[in-house]
Structure formats: structure tokens, C-alpha cells
Design a protein around this ligand. Structure first.
Ligand code: GLY
Length: 318
């Protein structure tokens, strides 16, 4: 049975940001669900769901992205089609409201998997994606955060993913968004989009645009999107690792927990994953204080949107 699960980041989401995260996830899952219900593809559904969250300044993706150390927005995104095992991605791209759509164009209109920086922007112009002025991507919240963080030499991105939930002046960053879907034909897709981590170096690329780290989709095993602290997610190939555990015979929820547990043990990494299995089981798991996610499936069940504290199992729904 078709379905879609979306996330709006795994991190120490403060109480006052909970409602906005739930609303944003709910809207994205509904949009993806509308497409699946109409017979649309998993690729169309995940792209549309991620676009909703890139538009929503609640999240660190598209509008609302963090500023890097130099005060510039650089974004990363990926989309992967599990029916053909093809992916497209962009990294360190500027002035693009919907990096996920640009990533899809890379997959569909080039011989490449990934384009970065200026090359990605040149390609965007070639395929008719208009540049968005940085002022339209930048929100006041992030400008204020950048002003605070640039005075704070001790700030490290990892703290925003760790317990206890922060009470510092910079405690309201959003995080990466993503989606994983299964369509009526049994095809699967995953997508992830992010502005990265606050105060990152110019040119820093996180996990999100990397195949197997920020996302992976394979009709045989499942579709995964990851979120959280990018460097450990890269080192543990988190999304692909979840599917490896499934290939070894684990249930999806156990596989997600095992991959996250391994990332914490071996890399001190914190984050979360969402996952759709070929039988339609949808799972979310995380080892951060909170994670925002929502699920849509047909049949009147509607959309569930959740942020829970870490008590396993998070969610395994069919
Ligand atoms: N997970 C987002 C990043 O670290 O870039």
C-alpha cells in the first residue's frame, strides 16, 4: 500500500518550536499523499513534500537555511529513485529556493550524480530554474543567530543535536528536511534537503547530498532519508547502513535502531532516520532529544505528526 513519511529534523527541538515543526511536517506529508493518492510516483511525492518544507522558514532548508561562517547561505540536497537506482544531488548551492528540484534535474538531465557550487548554479540557469535573491531565503531569526554565533568561538554544531535541550541564545535552529515514499506501482524514492549546520565553513558539504549518507532508495529493500549531525552521518553511511541491516534480515524498526546505535557508539553521532519498506511499513527513529516527522497513508487514516522524546520504538506503522 502506498504511503509517505517526512521529517523536519532530529535535534533538540525546543518546546516553542514544536507546533511549527508539526504543522510543517503535516503539510508536507499531505502534499506528498495527495500526489500518491492521485496515482503519482514516489519521486513526484518526495519532491513535492520536500518543496513544501523548503518553502517553510521553520526548517533549515531552502527559505530559513542557516548562514555559514561568512554569512552566506549554501544548501545541499539529494533525490534518489529506487526503481532505477539513480540519484541526483547538489551541494553548496546558493540562491535556489528548491534545491531538491535542482537535484532531480541533475539526475534527469545530466550524465552526473552531483553538481556543486557555481557549477550547480550555472546548470540551474540552463534548466530554467530562476535564481532566488539571498534576501528571500534569509530569515531574521538566522541573521540574528549568525550575529550571536560569530562572537562565540566555542560554538560547535554538534551541541544542537545533543541532550539536554539547550537553553542558550542560539537554541532555535531548525534542521534538515526529507521524505521517503512508496507509490501504487511499488516504486520507492527518497529525498533530503538542508542548509547544513550553523556557522559551517564556506564549502562545507554535509551528509544530505551524499548517496548512502543523506538518503538512499532501492525498490528491493526500502527508501531512507537521514537527518542530524552531518559528519558522523557521512562516516557511518547512515541511510545505506539501515538498508544493509534489513538485507541481513532485521525488521525495519530494528534496522533503523541498529544503524543509529552504531553511529552513536562508533562516531558519537546523533541524528534520525525515516524509512519506507517495500511492504509499506513506515518507520522513524532517532537518538537526538526530539525529531519532527509525519506519516500519510491512504484510507482515511490521514496524517499523523509526531515529536516524541526518545522511548523506543518510535514508530512502525503499516
Ligand atoms: N544533516 C545536515 C548537515 O549536517 O548538513
Amino acid at each position: 500500500m502506498e504511503g509517505i513519511i517526512v521529517h523536519g529534523g532530529a535535534w533538540a527541538i525546543p518546546d516553542r518550536m514544536v507546533e511549527a515543526h508539526l504543522e510543517g511536517c503535516r503539510a508536507a506529508a499531505e502534499e506528498g499523499g495527495r500526489i500518491l493518492e492521485g496515482g503519482g510516483t514516489a519521486m513526484d511525492a518526495v519532491e513535492a513534500a520536500v518543496r513544501v518544507m523548503e518553502e517553510d522558514s521553520t526548517f533549515d532548508a531552502g527559505r530559513g537555511s542557516f548562514l555559514n561562517r561568512e554569512g552566506v547561505i549554501e544548501m545541499d540536497a539529494i533525490i534518489m529513485d529506487g526503481s532505477v537506482l539513480k540519484a541526483g544531488s547538489v551541494a553548496a548551492v546558493r540562491n535556489i529556493l528548491h534545491p531538491v528540484t535542482l537535484a532531480r534535474k541533475v539526475m534527469e538531465h545530466t550524465d552526473h550524480v552531483m553538481l556543486v557550487g557555481e557549477g550547480a548554479n550555472i546548470f540551474a540557469a540552463e534548466v530554467g530554474i530562476e535564481a532566488t535573491p539571498e534576501e528571500e531565503l534569509l530569515v531574521g531569526r538566522e541573521l540574528e543567530r549568525w550575529k550571536v554565533l560569530r562572537q562565540d568561538p566555542k560554538f560547535r554544531a554538534r551541541v544542537i543535536f545533543e541532550p539536554p535541550r539547550s537553553t542558550h541564545s542560539w537554541d532555535t535552529p531548525g534542521d534538515t528536511v526529507g521524505a521517503a515514499a512508496l507509490d501504487m506501482n511499488g516504486d520507492m524514492a527518497a529525498a533530503t534537503s538542508t542548509g547544513g549546520t550553523p556557522k559551517k565553513r564556506m564549502g562545507r558539504v554535509g551528509d544530505s547530498p551524499l548517496v548512502g549518507a543523506g538518503a538512499y532508495a532501492d525498490n528491493l529493500t526500502g527508501a531512507v532519508s537521514a537527518t542530524g549531525w552531518g559528519e558522523p552521518i557521512i562516516l557511518s553511511c547512515l541511510s545505506r547502513r539501515v538498508l544493509e541491516f534489513i538485507e541481513r534480515g532485521m525488521a525495519p524498526s530494528a534496522a533503523a535502531g541498529a544503524a543509529l546505535g552504531e553511529m552513536l557508539d562508533r562516531h558519537e553521532g546523533r541524528g534520525g532516520v525515516i524509512l519506507v519498506a517495500p511492504d509499506g511499513t513506515m518507520t522513524a527513529d532517532f537518538n537526538t532529544p526530539r525529531m519532527a516527522y509525519a506519516v500519510w497513508r491512504p484510507g482515511g487514516e490521514g496524517v499523523m505528526a509526531l515529536i516524541d522524546e526518545p522511548t523506543r520504538p518510535r514508530l512502525a506503522t503499516r
